[in-house]
Design a protein. Structure first.
Length: 270
């Protein structure tokens, strides 16, 4: 009776035909864009939003990672009050859809933030040293970045927590016995081991943020989706426009996924 191959052998011998098919489709679509004037015009218009999409994603993800790490460390603090504050933040933010959070930050949070800032600098304003800012001074793009940062920080905090808790408690106790400070234990013992657990879900969140960055178009931010919406509304060529929008997003997400997967394999090999 034939034995089934082990999962490790299956993964090792599994040729990526799906990638070959995607590359072939991508080449065909690229040829269509070059040969067809309509698709070429749509592509030239929509591709102008790639820079905004990349900028929003990178800035929001870096800020969300820093904030998520801070929330995670807060949730692992010795103080029960700090732990409860971190848990309260995570549960509240995770329960709000990103689109709702975008609207809330843009039209509720931003005015409140500006009002708070003006209140803090009111003595400087009175003395003529500084000037108050207006709500319109905080651009919609930065409001979108703040919303994505807040929304993803709660998920990233849980990723960090799971990674740190995956480290064997015995190694942490051994580090304490050697007299290492809490910071040295974290830097030399916990983090190097936890990052291998943290990196795969963190990279998945990065790819997800590339896709969720399309939601900023509801605020009028000129990303890929917004450029496509404007062009389609003016030309009524919805099929061509959203085919190009989909094509560009697939190039970004699949290319990023392959790069992150290779990085993950490199980390495992080391």
């Amino acid at each position: 009776m034939a034995l089934r191959p082990s999962p490790d052998r299956y993964v090792k011998d599994d040729y990526p035909w799906w990638l070959v098919a995607l590359v072939a489709i991508g080449i065909i679509l690229a040829a269509v864009i070059v040969a067809n004037d309509i698709y070429a015009q749509v592509f030239r218009t929509v591709v102008n939003g790639v820079g905004i999409t990349v900028f929003v994603t990178l800035v929001a993800f870096v800020l969300a990672t820093v904030l998520g790490l801070g929330i995670c460390l807060l949730g692992m603090a010795d103080s029960q009050v700090l732990r409860q504050i971190a848990r309260f933040y995570i549960e509240i933010i995770r329960g709000i859809p990103i689109l709702v959070l975008l609207f809330y930050v843009a039209f509720v949070g931003a005015p409140a933030l500006v009002a708070g800032y003006n209140f803090l600098i009111s003595p400087l304003v009175t003395s003529g040293v500084a000037e108050p800012i207006l709500v319109r001074d905080l651009s919609l793009m930065w409001r979108a970045i703040i919303a994505l940062t807040v929304g993803y920080s709660s998920f990233i905090a849980e990723i960090f927590r799971a990674g740190f808790q995956s480290v064997d408690l015995g190694q942490i106790e051994a580090a304490k016995a050697l007299g290492l400070s809490r910071y040295r234990r974290f830097r030399s013992v916990v983090f190097p081991q936890a990052i291998r657990v943290i990196f795969p879900p963190l990279s998945n969140d990065f790819v997800s943020m590339v896709k969720d960055s399309s939601l900023v178009s509801v605020l009028g931010v000129a990303d890929i989706t917004q450029m496509g919406k404007v062009y389609a509304a003016g030309s009524f060529r919805f099929f061509e426009t959203y085919s190009i929008v989909t094509y560009i997003y697939l190039i970004l997400t699949i290319g990023l996924s392959l790069a992150l997967r290779r990085t993950e394999k490199w980390m495992k090999s080391r």
